[in-house]
Design a protein around this ligand. Structure first.
Ligand SMILES: Nc1ncnc2c1ncn2[C@@H]1O[C@H](COP(=O)(O)OP(=O)(O)OP(=O)(O)O)[C@@H](O)[C@H]1O
Length: 417
């Protein structure tokens, strides 16, 4: 059997093909990702003003899928598209534009011989829950997948589940199981589902606008009138366009009256000052629950190990900071030294896009601030986080998208026994 998922994020879209044995020769039930294809260009939400291009952008990867899935399986192979925060933002800002993008995508996908199951925006809850399921099935936190799946089979034997921390371009998710959370306090953060006969009650929250690209906009928007921005390296200079910067519902309300067309961004590379700016994007003033993370959002006590993926991994891996056994203060010192490094030296790094190179100081600062100030990881609990490379959220999406309502019964979730 085969299944195809398009994961349409704010910054990219990727196609994944999964394969698993047919039931009659189901000796392992093991699902494998057999192929992936990165769709050229940005996420489909970036085609708001030319929706037909969103459809066209998918064509090359869809043609690859046609080649990879055996012809005789085409008609029975389900095809899903799940869009995340970029489309959530576009839908908020201009729902007719997001409808047009979906229509174009739908038209393009229906031309292929697969069993098209629809394209839709995932809720933040779903995105968080899919990330959690994926981390707990496909993670590399334990040495083999069999052990990982056993964790699902027998949590009563004391095997703890792993929390999921996902940092995207437009939103960020935190999901974990906590003994202190039964869903009664802030029920909107609760996702319950059944997996292999075990009931899970997950705490999950998705913070829209707290992906790294949107927080960078917020951090830039605060500093357009000052001479130097501490989140960029000394010697870094870039002409920024006001309209482009404020073209997002996450920042649009903050555009200064009578702003000129451009401003000049100049860096001075100060981790401490950058952290102050980043802290100011969180609101800690009110909490109507027993405890909160930020912006008045309930969060129970952190519990167990966590897997941090997507931009958490890209950034911390580039900065050589994935080792969480290093004391947090040392991690901050290293980042402070990195931020203070002149741009002339940083830009010599080869094989990485210049735009990413320019942003790692900001992104590293945001990640440490989000984890410690936002989610309340301490010097001790920081070491419970593992930055992990390979998490394909779409894996879980494939099996869950066709069940439109939570709670899901995941009893048919394929796994190796
Ligand atoms: N090598 C890299 N170095 C730094 N940042 C990267 C790298 N590769 C991707 N990114 C950035 O990491 C962020 C997260 O990427 P990811 O693909 O997980 O997000 P997304 O799915 O597009 O976002 P969302 O889930 O919010 O819609 C994006 O801002 C992306 O541009």
């Amino acid at each position: 059997n085969y299944g195809i998922v398009l994961d349409a994020g704010s910054s990219h879209t990727a196609l994944y093909i999964y394969a698993w044995p047919a039931e009659k020769d189901n000796n392992t039930g093991r699902v494998e990702q057999t192929h992936s294809c990165k769709v050229k260009g940005k996420g489909i939400s970036s085609y708001a003003s030319q929706p037909w291009k969103a459809g066209e952008s998918l064509t090359l990867c869809m043609q690859e899928a046609e080649q990879k899935v055996p012809n005789k399986r085409h008609h029975e192979t389900p095809l899903y598209l799940g869009a995340t925060a970029g489309m959530r933002l576009l839908n908020m800002e201009n729902s007719s534009a997001s409808d047009k993008v979906f229509q174009a995508v739908e038209k393009a996908l229906q031309k292929f011989p697969f069993s098209y199951q629809g394209a839709r925006i995932l809720s933040g809850q779903e995105e968080g829950a899919f990330g959690w399921v994926t981390v707990n099935y496909l993670d590399d936190l334990c040495s083999c997948c069999v052990l990982t799946s056993m964790r699902f089979l027998s949590p009563s034997q004391g095997l703890e589940t792993t929390g999921a921390l996902d940092l995207g371009g437009a939103s960020t998710q935190i999901s974990f199981v906590s003994d202190n959370y039964d869903g009664s306090e802030s029920p909107s953060n609760s996702v319950t589902f059944r997996l292999y006969g075990n009931d899970y009650n997950l705490y999950t929250h998705s913070f829209l606008c707290y992906g790294k690209d949107q927080v960078l906009r917020l951090a830039l928007a605060q500093q357009t009138q000052v001479n130097f921005h501490p989140c960029f390296h000394p010697g870094y200079t870039e002409i920024k366009n006001y309209s482009v910067l404020y073209d997002s519902p996450c920042v649009s309300g903050r555009k200064p009256q009578g702003a000129p067309e451009n401003f000049t961004l100049r860096g001075n590379g100060s981790f401490g000052q950058c952290q102050e700016i980043v802290k100011s994007v969180f609101n800690f003033t009110s909490c109507k629950y027993s405890q909160c993370s930020f912006n008045g959002v309930f969060q129970p006590l952190l519990q167990g190990p966590f897997g941090a993926f997507s931009a958490y991994y890209f950034v911390m891996n580039f900065l050589n900071l994935t080792d969480t056994s290093i004391p947090l203060d040392t991690v901050k010192d290293k980042l402070a030294r990195y931020c203070a490094t002149p741009w002339d030296e940083i830009k010599l790094h080869t094989g990485v896009k210049l735009s990413y190179l320019a942003e790692y100081c900001f992104s590293g600062t945001y990640i440490l601030t989000l984890l410690t100030e936002g989610y309340n990881f301490t010097s001790e609990s920081y070491s419970n986080i593992k930055f992990i490379k390979k998490v394909s959220r779409s894996y879980a999406t494939l099996f869950l998208l066709h069940t439109p309502q939570m709670p899901h019964d995941l009893s048919s979730f394929p796994v190796d026994h």
